[in-house]
Design a protein around this ligand. Structure first.
Ligand SMILES: C[S@@+](CC[C@H](N)C(=O)[O-])C[C@H]1O[C@@H](n2cnc3c(N)ncnc32)[C@H](O)[C@@H]1O
Length: 258
């Protein structure tokens, strides 16, 4: 696993270089879109053949979060994050506005399809459309352990066996993450064991992004070659360190394996 001290967009640049080298026009998806800011970055860097943006844009997820966490004194009340969502997470109006914003951001993009559904329901929709062989699925919807594990397990068959990767946001342990009961890192660890996936690149940032691929994927070799053949700064650590990844916040956040 290579650790890069750069913005998560460097991962998109690396993927874009690989796709160009192999003349691949990628099919990509983002699970959890909010207003589409990260989706716009993915689009800009990867110039996808087709992009699917999947989000329920529903306050039901907040009610579920509350029912699971309300007795846990260490977990924040959802509206502590109202600033990020632009309004109360308990109000459907907030999510309706985010949905409208996401639609407006992609209004003139004829190769972007917005699917307003829960992530698992959306799989049936993708199957109906006969969409398989995704080169990249960005996983950033419900962040609880159970839901992330489901997203990974149920979307895995939709990945291109040779070039397919998952990129996970918030894949770390941190104090801020504990306060939101994030289970992304724990789900990723379980998934890697169940499905023989490995971490390829992690960004040295808070709310860490990590790129994963199957052990037999061509991407392991190709990502390695990009690092070897370009002037990119990185530190390599054993994949087994993934479980101890912790964000330490000093003057700036850094990831640590101690
Ligand atoms: C952290 S935000 C996504 C941010 C976005 N990826 C970005 O970087 O700009 C999480 C989003 O996931 C959506 N979400 C939560 N649970 C979901 C589920 N089970 N199915 C689909 N979307 C879900 C929420 O509506 C919210 O918009």
């Amino acid at each position: 696993m290579k650790i890069i001290d750069a913005d998560l967009k460097l991962i998109y640049q690396i993927l874009s270089t690989i796709y160009k080298d192999f003349d691949i026009s990628p099919v990509v998806a983002e699970l959890g879109v909010l207003k589409g800011e990260n989706a716009l970055a993915i689009y800009e860097f990867l110039s996808p053949k087709m992009m699917y943006l999947i989000d329920s844009w529903s306050c039901d997820a907040t009610l579920e979060y509350e029912s699971i966490n309300s007795h846990r004194g260490w977990v924040d009340e959802p509206d502590k994050y109202a600033f990020y969502y632009g309004g109360s997470l308990k109000s459907q109006l907030t999510f309706d506005r985010l949905y409208e914003e996401a639609c407006a951001n992609f209004i003139n993009f004829n190769n972007v399809e917005i699917i307003k559904m829960q992530t698992l329901e959306a799989i049936r929709e993708l199957q109906k459309k006969k969409v398989t062989n995704f080169q990249l699925i960005y996983v950033d919807a419900n962040h609880s352990y159970e839901k992330v594990l489901d997203d990974l397990m149920f979307y895995k068959p939709l990945l291109d066996p040779e070039y397919g990767c998952f990129q996970l946001n918030d894949c770390c342990h941190s104090k801020a993450g504990v306060n939101q009961n994030l289970g992304v890192l724990e789900a990723a660890l379980k998934f890697c064991k169940i499905a023989d996936f490995v971490p390829l690149v992690a960004v040295n940032r808070d709310f860490t992004d990590i790129l994963f691929a199957h052990k037999s994927s061509l991407m392991i070799d190709y990502v390695d070659k990009i690092f070897n053949n370009n002037d990119l700064s990185f530190v390599e650590v054993p994949d087994q360190f993934l479980g101890s990844l912790t964000v330490r916040v000093g003057v700036r956040p850094n990831i640590s394996f101690i």
